[in-house]
Design a protein around this ligand. Structure first.
Ligand code: GFB
Length: 316
């Protein structure tokens, strides 16, 4: 178990995963959670990161920061996704090794796995085949971070562990229609259609791809579980072990927000990976399971969205 009195730095603390992890650590009794906004520390700057780490001296790090986005953002800005994420991981891991950080948890992504690998995807399938072209740049950056954790363990004995989450959703997500992932994008689209009394909603792609969705509060609990109990170099998948088609997801969200509305699929937009269902047997065997049913999680996320829309606090 980690000491609840020790200092723990959560990078990316304002993001979907980072903010949920901060809330989870607070609830677990951590009394010294360190955060610093992007405006005060550019994680791509090694000198600045090393200097801050010498000052702050965190005992643990949850490395949740990254440049993230959905299929369109990844397709249109591969350089940003590659450069930012490579630099963010390189600087933080190097400084963590220099400062003797006791434990670091690195957040990867399920897009690191090959486009066509067998389903559900086991951790061993990493680097066994070509990546999905729409997010290959991002995937390479995340794979570099994962391999870096393993390299620091081998060369310096660093206790750097890594997790590969499936698609996450929940409060504090991005809702910008061009940058967002599918679930928050559809919440916004159906909400707008309801307000404007529209008869249909555009859905990108064919609706055939399958995706797995894990509530970010479940993911945060999994991260704390692994911080307390896991110390090996093997990366660990974190997901629900269940997936559904984009069409089924859209129907589920429509049923909550604007029942009966027509779905207009646009095959000119990219489908991306046909399926990326994670094999979660490793983390289940360690003793962790998710709690949020998808429909309840969507309902809670929609309620959060509506509340924050009114206050202008949304990242749209
Ligand atoms: O969530 P998403 O953008 O990314 O798209 P991925 C998932 C599926 O939803 C694709 C469809 O087949 C999209 O075509 N889709 C339908 C939509 N309507 C929409 C919409 O309005 N917005 C969006 N965004 N999608 C991401 C990677 O892949 O997975 C990230 O790009 C990251 O880097 C994330 O790894 C976990 O699930 O395809």
């Amino acid at each position: 178990m980690l000491s609840r009195d020790a200092s723990i730095w959560v990078t990316g603390h304002r993001g979907l995963a980072g903010s949920a992890i901060v809330r989870c650590l607070q609830a677990a009794g951590f009394s010294r959670i360190l955060t610093i906004p992007r405006s005060e520390l550019d994680l791509r700057d090694q000198h600045a990161v090393s200097h801050w780490m010498r000052q702050a001296q965190p005992r643990y790090i949850v490395h949740a920061a990254g440049t993230v986005g959905g299929i369109l953002a990844n397709s249109e800005r591969p350089v940003d996704f590659l450069y930012d994420n490579l630099m963010i991981h390189a600087t933080v891991l190097r400084a963590a090794q220099e400062q003797g950080v006791e434990k670091l948890l690195y957040l990867g992504s399920s897009c690191v796995y090959p486009r066509e690998c067998p389903q559900p995807i086991r951790e061993e399938y990493l680097l066994t085949g070509p990546l999905e072209p729409t997010n290959a740049a991002y995937a390479i950056a995340k794979i570099a971070g994962l391999v870096s954790c393993q390299a620091y363990r081998r060369q310096y004995g660093c206790n750097f562990i890594s997790v590969m989450p499936t698609n996450l959703y929940g409060p504090y997500d991005h809702f910008d229609l061009q940058k967002a992932h599918v679930l928050p994008a559809l919440i916004r689209k159906f909400h707008d259609a309801r307000l404007q009394s529209r008869s249909s909603v555009p859905i990108w792609g064919t609706g055939m791809p399958r995706r797995e969705f894990l509530h970010v509060e479940d993911f945060a609990a999994a991260c704390l579980f692994l911080l307390d109990h896991y110390n090996d170099e093997q990366t660990i998948n974190v997901g629900t072990g269940e997936d559904l088609t984009i069409r089924e997801l859209a129907e589920m969200i429509a049923d909550i927000i604007v029942p009966g509305i027509e779905l207009e699929f646009d095959p000119a937009k990219p489908d991306g990976t046909p399926q990326k269902l994670l094999d979660v047997s490793r983390i289940r065997a360690l003793g962790w399971s998710p709690t949020w049913p998808l429909k309840d999680g969507i309902r809670q996320t929609y309620e959060w969205y509506v509340q924050h829309l009114a206050t202008g606090q949304l990242r749209c």
